[in-house]
Design a protein around this ligand. Structure first.
Ligand code: PEP
Length: 259
C-alpha cells in the first residue's frame, strides 16, 4: 500500500543553517503523521546539510532540477550522480519557472525524465497551463501536449515510478488556488490520458499532485477529490508551521496510489 505525497518546493530560498533549522522543526511536527509520504526539495547548496538533518526521519530529500548527463562540460549544471551522492530520492523536473525563465522545452524535460529513471530517482514532472491559455480555452490541449512531450518514450513500468504535478501557472505564488473542482477536472483528464496510453492498472498507480497556492486552509478540500494524490507546495513549505499543517490536514484523506 502506498500513500499520498506532500512535497515542499523551497525554490531559491534558505541558507544552509536556515534549511537545517526548518528541517528540524518539520521533523518534530510531522512525527505523528501517517499514511502520507513527505519530501522536501531544497536548493543545491543545502542538499548535503538537509540530507544529514533528515537522517532518522521518514521525510525524503529532493532536488529542483537536474541535467540529463552523468558528467561533462556543462558549466553550472548538476548531474544525477551528484544528486545521488547527497541522498536525493526525488527530483522536480519541468517546473513552470524553469519552462518560463530558462526556456526548458518538453523535449529537454523528457531527456531529464529519462535520465532520472535511469538513475532511479522519482521524477516529479510538472505540467500546467498559463492564464492566457486557460482564458483562450486551451488548458486541456496545452496539458496534453506537455504530458505527451515530457513523458515520451516511457513504458508502463516506468510510469509506476513517476509523479505528475498539475500546476496551473496562474495559481503558482499568486494566492489564487484552483478550486477543488477545477483541479479535479484536470486531474481526471490527466488520469484519462494515462489510462488511454498505459491502461487502467498503471494509470491507477501514478500519483498526480496539485500545485498552486496550496495552504493549510485549502488542502483538505483539494485532497478530498478522488484524483488528487497529494500536493506540491511552494510558499507554504518555507515555514514549518504551515507545512506541518498541510501534511497533518492531508493525512488519511487520500487513497493509496503510486510509487
Ligand atoms: C510551486 O512552486 O510549485 C508552487 C506551487 O508554489 P506556491 O505553492 O507558492 O504557489
Amino acid at each position: 500500500m502506498t500513500y499520498s505525497l506532500i512535497v515542499g518546493n523551497w525554490k531559491m530560498y534558505k541558507s544552509i543553517s536556515e534549511a537545517t533549522t526548518l528541517i528540524n522543526a518539520i521533523k518534530a511536527g510531522v512525527r505523528a503523521a501517517t499514511e502520507v509520504n513527505i519530501a522536501v526539495c531544497v536548493p543545491f547548496t543545502a542538499l548535503q546539510a538537509a540530507n544529514e538533518a533528515l537522517q532518522g526521519s521518514k521525510i525524503d530529500l529532493g532536488a529542483q532540477n537536474m541535467h540529463y548527463e552523468s558528467e561533462g562540460a556543462f558549466t553550472g549544471e548538476i548531474s544525477p550522480l551528484m544528486l545521488k551522492e547527497v541522498g536525493c530520492r526525488y527530483v522536480i523536473l519541468g517546473h513552470s519557472e524553469r519552462r518560463q525563465h530558462f526556456k526548458e522545452s518538453d523535449e529537454l524535460i523528457n531527456k531529464k525524465v529519462l535520465a532520472a529513471l535511469k538513475y532511479s530517482f522519482i521524477p516529479i514532472v510538472c505540467i500546467g497551463e498559463t492564464l492566457e491559455q486557460r482564458e483562450a480555452r486551451q488548458a486541456f490541449e496545452v496539458v496534453k501536449k506537455q504530458f505527451e512531450g515530457s513523458l515520451a518514450h516511457l513504458e508502463a513500468k516506468d510510469l509506476e515510478r513517476i509523479v505528475i504535478a498539475y500546476e496551473p501557472v496562474w495559481a503558482i505564488g499568486t494566492g489564487k488556488t484552483a478550486t477543488p473542482e477545477q483541479a479535479e477536472q484536470m486531474h481526471s483528464y490527466i488520469r484519462r490520458l494515462l489510462i488511454e496510453k498505459y491502461g487502467d492498472d498503471t494509470a491507477s498507480k501514478v500519483r498526480i499532485l496539485y500545485g498552486g497556492s496550496v495552504k493549510p486552509d485549502n488542502i483538505t478540500q483539494l485532497m478530498e477529490k478522488p484524483n488528487l494524490d497529494g500536493a506540491l507546495v511552494g510558499g507554504a513549505s518555507l515555514k514549518a508551521e504551515s507545512f506541518i499543517q498541510i501534511v497533518t490536514n492531508s493525512t488519511h484523506l487520500s487513497g493509496a496510489r503510486g510509487n
